[in-house]
Design a protein around this ligand. Structure first.
Ligand code: ZN
Length: 270
């Protein structure tokens, strides 16, 4: 994917009337639509009276609809602060992933946030986690289909190549009112944040040798990018490494004492 004239090449473009002021994007904010279909989000964002919008809607089947050029403000983040920057709408690109969010399991099936009963077989799988914002006990969070996440990652990569993006955050973590729960525990936030560390093509960017922490109890360092390569060292949770480059799902890192390859999924941006 590629960004041209502030639009994602190949995506449908339907302009939302909500927003439009000029911005210089430096953050990506991740959301879920709290719905079942991309069309309902598209309809909402095209309605002026809704007073909401986002730059991208990413459907479960990977189809992407853009609703605002990336250099124009959309209304998705509400009252917000991230790394000392207030009002993220003025500084961020909003990604909306089609996903219903939290479900409560009952004897009669799943109940969604709107009080409707939904069949379990509608979903591939769930992450089970608490969310005190919405109530007590455990909630079932439908997983995001791989095709949808891959499309989101490709779009994020293209945007990172086109703009100076400094951070990727969830709506939940920036919402100053403490109401928001999206994109929730089923969303692979780390996979997106890792794009900033090692995914850039331009080696002259400051993203070279970006610091990460090991986020697993023990992590093998290998001589090359894959499990066929021998283990040359061991790292443990919290160890600091510096990403040099990536290949597939592997990252070449500098660590205290050497250099080698680790599985990217166990690295967290420091
Ligand atoms: Zn949101």
């Amino acid at each position: 994917m590629e960004v041209k004239y502030h639009k994602l090449v190949g995506a449908d473009f339907l302009q939302s009337p909500n927003g439009g002021d000029s911005i210089t994007p430096k953050f990506l904010v991740m959301h879920y639509t709290a719905g079942y279909a991309a069309q309902s989000a598209i309809d909402t964002f095209r309605k002026r009276s809704s007073e909401v919008s986002a730059h991208l809607i990413i459907d479960t089947d990977a189809k992407i609809t853009q609703m605002m050029p990336f250099n124009r403000k959309a209304w998705h983040a509400g009252p917000s602060v991230f790394r000392g920057v207030k009002n993220l709408n003025s500084h961020a690109i909003g990604f909306e992933f089609v996903n219903i969010g939290f479900l409560k399991k009952t004897a009669n099936g799943f109940i969604d946030a709107y009080g409707s009963t939904v069949r379990e077989d509608r979903f591939e799988d769930f992450v089970i986690a608490k969310q005190p914002i919405v109530g007590s006990g455990e909630y079932y969070w439908p997983v995001y289909p791989k095709a949808q996440i891959d499309a989101g990652l490709e779009a994020a990569k293209a945007i990172i190549e086109a703009y100076n993006i400094e951070g990727i955050c969830s709506h939940e973590e920036i919402d100053t009112r403490g109401w928001k729960t999206d994109p929730g525990p089923a969303f692979p936030m780390k996979a997106f944040q890792n794009l900033l560390g090692a995914g850039r093509r331009d080696p002259t960017q400051a993203s070279q040798n970006v610091p990460f922490n090991v986020d697993v109890s023990s992590l093998n360092v290998r001589g090359g990018p894959g499990v066929d390569w021998g283990v040359i060292a061991g790292l443990k949770r919290g160890d600091r490494v510096y990403a040099v480059n990536t290949q597939g799902n592997w990252t070449r890192v500098l660590y205290a004492g050497g250099e080698g390859w680790v599985s990217s999924q166990y690295l967290e941006r420091a």
